[in-house]
Design a protein. Structure first.
Length: 176
């Protein structure tokens, strides 16, 4: 079944708000910005995420220590399908997560990919995640990582940081 153009036009603001919420979540976990992650979830969310199940605060307490131990992370969101049902929406979004970790003194890369199966809810004109089920469809563990000391093609790199040290916190203004 397809969605008619006139329906998408009528739903455009809601659809964009849902996409922005997904992007806030991805940015929040990569930058270790707890407030940004909170802004993507309703406080009474139920998130089933790998071996974890709990609310937003419990998710932050579970995920952030593991993420802090990683050198770098990057979560990309794609293929977002949205079905609006009044003040609720069923949303499937694909994710691709890069993780640079250290194991026994060796740098290695781990890539995980899958889908977020989300139920969004609109409260007081704001969309956030009310329920999340994370499905892992693919992953790959590389026994090594690139030599970052040489930079990309021998060029100096400005490596992204975490909250509040990443340059995006001083160069950009987000009012989320």
């Amino acid at each position: 079944m397809t969605t008619k153009t006139s329906q998408i036009l009528a739903e455009l603001a809601d659809r964009e708000a849902i996409r922005e919420c997904l992007y806030r979540y991805a940015r929040g976990v990569d930058r270790l910005d707890a407030d940004m992650v909170r802004s993507a979830y309703w406080p009474d969310v139920v998130d089933k995420h790998l071996e974890f199940e709990g609310n937003a605060e419990e998710f932050i307490a579970w995920a952030f220590p593991a993420m802090q131990a990683m050198d770098q992370t990057m979560h990309l969101i794609g293929n977002v399908l949205i079905a609006l049902h009044g003040d609720q929406a069923d949303v499937e979004s694909y994710f691709y997560g890069y993780h640079r970790i250290t194991v026994d003194g060796r740098k290695m890369d781990v890539i995980g990919a899958g889908r977020y199966l989300d139920r969004f809810e609109k409260r007081e004109d704001e969309w956030r995640i009310r329920e999340r089920l994370v499905m892992t469809d693919w992953f790959r563990e590389y026994s090594d990582s690139a030599d970052w000391s040489m930079g990309l093609l021998g060029q100096r790199l400005d490596i992204g940081g975490r909250f509040p040290d990443d340059p995006s916190y001083t160069r950009l203004r987000f009012d989320f």
